[in-house]
Design a protein around this ligand. Structure first.
Ligand code: NDP
Length: 250
């Protein structure tokens, strides 16, 4: 159990973008950030699911969430401006991004990995996160204290058979985090990666269909680390790789 005790108003006055906010860890993180005062931008590909998250937030908090129905598979250099212009119109500044949306893809040997699926997984998990970050850097620069979190995985730190494009994309995610953290080390923007570890979600159930989900931690149990990294208490922490399962909150 993490010792970190976030202040209930930790994120008041902050605007935070959460990708993959419609389900799983991203949904819980978005709601938790709003409960701590943040205005959250909820990005996901399913409008109905996003509206349900939006309703949950507005009925329980005084914050102003905004839904952004958008399929990251369709985010390309050409469409980047459409998304980011509308985001920039909606917000003055951006104080945080939780890059959380990911595709799992097939769990098969590289020899049999479908090439088109490889490209989709790499695009959603890596290229879309790059395009979003690049386009939103000017908005992050306006914040006095901005945090970017990239979501990693155990297989993004040690490769494992049959994890294919997902594992490779998470290695790339770690690389992107390190490059960006180094480039921004003298700025107000910090960049870190977070591996939630096995967590009770739809993605985990797809990856391990025989596993009993009740043996896994819920997304809620990881929220102290998600709050610590996105909020002011992690000011000065940059270029670090975090593991929710071993983080002791100190
Ligand atoms: P889920 O599959 O439960 O949720 C993923 C979220 O990403 C959903 O909101 C999903 O939308 C969204 N998403 C997927 N593809 C796109 C897309 N093309 N455009 C926009 N949104 C998209 O995953 P988890 O909550 O389990 O995982 C969250 C993060 O944590 C991921 O980065 C994952 O790799 C990482 N992780 C998870 C682990 C676990 O055990 N759960 C372990 C290690 C890492 P929709 O609702 O439409 O499906």
């Amino acid at each position: 159990m993490a010792r970190y005790q976030p202040h209930k108003n930790l994120l008041v006055g902050r605007t935070i973008l959460v990708t993959g906010a419609s389900d799983g860890i991203g949904r819980v993180a978005a709601i938790t950030y709003a409960q701590h005062g943040a205005d959250v931008l909820l990005l996901g590909r399913d409008r109905k699911k996003l509206e349900a998250v939006n309703d949950e937030i507005t009925s329980a908090t005084a914050t102003s969430p905004l839904i952004i129905p958008f399929d990251l598979a369709k985010l390309h250099a050409q469409s980047e401006t459409v998304l980011t212009d509308s985001l920039r119109d909606a917000i003055q500044q951006l104080d945080g991004i939780l890059h959380n949306a990911s595709l799992l893809g097939s769990k098969v040997p590289v020899a049999h990995y479908p090439s088109n699926e490889w490209e989709s997984v790499m695009h959603v998990n890596v290229t879309a996160a790059f395009l979003l970050t690049k386009a939103l850097l000017p908005a992050l620069e306006k914040s006095s204290d901005a945090s970017v979190i990239f979501t990693s995985s155990g297989v993004g730190r040690k490769g494992r058979a049959f994890w294919g494009a997902y594992a490779v994309s998470k290695f790339a995610t770690e690389g992107m985090m390190e490059v960006l953290a180094d480039e921004l080390s003298d700025t107000n923007i910090r960049v870190n990666s977070l591996n939630p570890g096995g967590t009770r979600t739809t993605m985990r159930a797809s990856a391990y269909p025989a596993e009993d989900p009740m043996t896994l931690p819920t997304p809620q149990e990881h929220m102290p680390l998600y709050l610590y990294l996105i909020g002011p208490d992690s000011r000065g922490v940059n270029g670090k790789k975090f593991d929710a399962s071993s983080w002791d909150g100190s």
